[in-house]
Design a protein around this ligand. Structure first.
Ligand code: ZN
Length: 763
């Protein structure tokens, strides 16, 4: 599971307004080379150690790590998953880390029966199998491969007419309503893309469908984009995207929400589990989808609904009638998290945490081994540096998670188990998952935006030889939507950090435990896609993706440097100005959403009155007018705007205190002062939490950073308000504003206190 790089590029273009003056002040002209959070005494030695570190990271080691870890299928519960965990454990130990495996027992369904057949008007049986390719030497490990399926699909045996629902998201069903088409009692077929796969069966079920098929259309990752595999890198006709369709109430083990899935944990009965789908779901290839789609009649799909297959896309329902049967083995399986610690010298009870998952759907060279292989090289080189005399001040913890693919199982259960200690000790979590060629797009919490921009200045892009910072900065200008945005970007001296929802192992850290988070990966120049198929393997990755592992090295250099810099900084290297700026923008988006909806519904109601829809519809192809909508009332955002003003002021206050310290030549601070200041700084990201969680999803505690219930991976900042607005529940949305504002005020007060303490300690 992960964000595809293309989604990240899109997110990048939704940039923030420029208000970077505070961050600019931090790099005070008197001492431009001083690192954020470092004193004059510590800044240069840190740079030296980091340089030594980056010089020792080697592409060939990343390559060999990948070859070993992706040599056989290694999904949860498979022999090679355990074998990999033990090998990773040995790697950490040989690097000098204190390492162990933590095991959790989780619900992990695997396929028992899968049937998909067309009964009318023709007969066809889907083969549901990805063929062996002679050139691809691991594609023949058939006995170890998980069959193509969607984990946590409900069991079911259904027969019904077929309806094509495009991507199967909520807007597509509004379009179906206008066509006068209901999916009640039908089986829907949706294409992969435009939102997380788990939303497709969820929304289908809510509209009365009794089954859901998801297929990979060649337009969204196949030959439409480039030559297909094995002559090119793109998804071939029989390739299938496996994946979890777990519902969005909470990630992790469906049977132990909110607590670690340890031996003693109380487990729900499977019938009580909220995150298993309501209807059966099955993923298929486009060669299995083509005979089904070819037999649909009914309205012709409009432009945005047409894929890349050589047919006229019809919507149905029928005459195609299909039989879908899905039955799983509902077993409890072990997940093996490998946890490795390098103890800090001065502040051992402050933890800097790094993680990437090691489980895959099949061989998983790209997802997740491209990230895991880099992470292991980081640990090896940090271990070497430790033997060369480098001692991290804070404790460094490296984690190789199991069970990420089915539902972030390994990381969620670990965080739930250790949440109290983590909230006391963790200063940041740095995640990666899959890595490609291209540019760095940092995602996460913006208190680390200035920090990661500084790190990216010190890493070289392996192909253009400019800095990673410069390349990402210039690429963001090239992708800006207009002159205003380009102008704003040119004024910045940082890389914008995009908010995360869920979708990889940072989720529990950020959304449940309130820990500052970054997700790092290179991407944007992919020339292929085998996401979650048997062809995502070493042969494919080393031939079509990062062929010389130069970007694997760049990831290890970037994430490893970030780990060192977080571990060694005198003061936790946070800067709250970009975070206040980002939260201000999220609030502005809420106001814009309200205004847009008011305008849209006012216009629609007027057009309904005028008869515009009737006049514009072709009488031979009747369509229904959309329903009359109640125009949303005005909402009072004032409490939130006032709270954000306070947050901006307090973040300026903290920036000023830091700048003043640097202007004095950044004299070293006493151990006692540092301990006090750092423990204050460490607690600030916890203040974003509300113990009750989001109104409809109590597991998600963070009131600013959260995924949407209907977006899956994608972030919906300020979800408590935003999601009610999406549901057109305007009163409930407004009702959430005071408590979110209260959370922002508490954060502002925490930052103010830290700023005042820093000022009095450095006078
Ligand atoms: Zn992944």
């Amino acid at each position: 599971m992960r964000f595809r790089a293309c989604c990240v590029v899109l997110a990048m273009s939704q940039v923030l307004f420029s208000q970077a003056e505070q961050s600019a002040d931090l790099k005070s002209a008197e001492n431009p080379s001083l690192l954020l959070g470092y004193s004059k005494k510590t800044s240069e030695p840190e740079r030296d150690w980091e340089r030594k570190y980056r010089d020792q990271v080697e592409s060939k080691n990343v390559r060999e790590n990948m070859r070993r870890l992706s040599a056989r299928p290694h999904h949860v519960g498979s022999p090679y998953d355990k074998d990999n965990a033990e090998w990773i454990l040995a790697q950490f130990k040989s690097a000098g880390f204190d390492a162990r495996i933590e095991t959790f027992n989780v619900l992990f369904p695997t396929p028992k029966e899968r049937v998909l057949e067309l009964l009318e008007p023709k007969k066809f049986k889907a083969k549901l199998q990805e063929p062996v390719l002679a050139v691809d030497s691991t594609s023949n490990q058939t006995s170890e491969q998980l069959p193509t399926y969607n984990a946590y699909s409900a069991d079911g045996d259904v027969t019904a007419p077929l309806v094509y629902v495009n991507y199967g998201n909520r807007e597509d069903y509004e379009q179906l309503d206008r066509m006068g088409i209901s999916v009640k009692g039908a089986i829907v077929i949706a294409r992969y893309g435009e939102g997380w796969r788990g939303i497709k069966p969820k929304v289908a079920g809510e509209h009365g469908a009794i089954g859901c098929i998801i297929y990979s259309d060649p337009r969204d990752g196949g030959f439409y984009n480039g030559d297909d595999y094995p002559s090119g890198g793109w998804r071939p006709r029989d390739s299938v995207q496996r994946g979890s369709v777990m519902d969005t109430d909470h990630p992790g083990d469906p049977l132990t929400p909110g607590v670690g899935a340890t031996e003693q944990a109380h487990r729900l009965d499977i019938k009580e589990a909220k995150t298993i789908t309501k209807i059966p779901v099955l993923p298929i290839s486009y060669s299995d989808a083509l005979p089904l789609l070819s037999e649909l009649k009914g309205p012709i799909a409009t432009d945005g609904w047409r894929g890349g297959l050589p047919i006229t896309y019809h919507v149905g329902p029928g005459p195609a009638k299909v039989h879908l049967k899905v039955v799983s083995n509902w077993d409890i399986k072990p997940v093996y998290d490998v946890i490795a610690t390098l103890r800090g010298t001065d502040n051992a009870d402050q933890w800097v945490i790094r993680g990437n998952h090691h489980d895959a759907w099949v061989n998983g060279a790209e997802d997740p081994i491209s990230g895991q292989a880099a992470l292991l090289e980081e640990a090896q080189v940090l271990g070497k540096m430790h033997r060369q005399g480098w001692n991290p001040k804070r404790t460094i913890i490296y984690c190789a998670w199991d069970g990420e693919e089915p539902g972030l199982l390994g990381s969620v259960e670990w965080v739930e188990t250790h949440v109290a200690e983590l909230q006391k000790h963790a200063i940041a979590y740095i995640n990666s998952d899959s890595n490609d060629r291209g540019y760095l797009f940092p995602d996460g919490t913006q208190d680390l935006q200035t920090f990661i921009g500084e790190v990216a200045r010190d890493v070289q892009d392996p192909e253009t030889h400019m800095s990673v910072f410069q390349r990402s900065h210039l690429v963001s200008i090239s992708k800006a939507k207009d002159a205003q945005e380009r102008g704003d970007l040119r004024k910045r001296n940082d890389l914008l950090v995009t908010a995360l929802g869920d979708g990889s192992d940072y989720t529990a850290f950020q959304d449940f435990a309130g820990i500052s988070t970054l997700n790092l990966e290179f991407g944007g120049e992919d020339d292929g896609d085998q996401y979650h198929s048997i062809y995502d393997d070493f042969y494919w990755y080393s031939k079509f993706v990062d062929t010389n592992f130069a970007y694997g090295r760049a990831l290890a250099q970037t994430a490893g440097s970030a780990m060192m810099r977080l571990a060694d900084a005198d003061l936790v290297p946070v800067d709250y100005a970009p975070q206040a700026e980002a939260i201000g923008k999220y609030e502005a988006e809420l106001e814009k959403l309200l205004k847009d909806k008011q305008d849209e519904f006012t216009e629609r109601n007027l057009e309904l009155k005028e008869g515009v829809f009737t006049a514009a519809a072709d009488p031979h192809q009747p369509s229904l007018a959309p329903p009359v909508e109640t125009v949303p009332p005005y909402m009072n955002f004032a409490p939130m705007k006032n709270a954000i003003e306070q947050l901006k002021k307090s973040s300026e206050h903290y920036s000023k205190a830091l700048t003043a310290w640097q202007a004095k030549g950044a004299p070293a601070l006493s151990a006692e002062v540092l301990t006090r200041l750092n423990s204050e700084l460490l607690g600030i990201s916890r203040l974003f939490l509300n113990a009750k969680g989001l109104p409809e999803r109590p597991w998600f505690k963070n009131q600013i950073y959260a995924p949407g219930a209907y977006t899956g991976y994608g972030a919906k900042p300020i979800a408590a308000v935003r999601e009610y607005m999406d549901e057109k529940k305007w009163k409930e949305a407004e009702g959430q504003i005071p408590q979110v504002s209260q959370v922002i005020e508490t954060v502002a007060a925490g930052i103010d206190k830290a700023a005042a303490d820093l000022e009095s300690s450095t006078q």
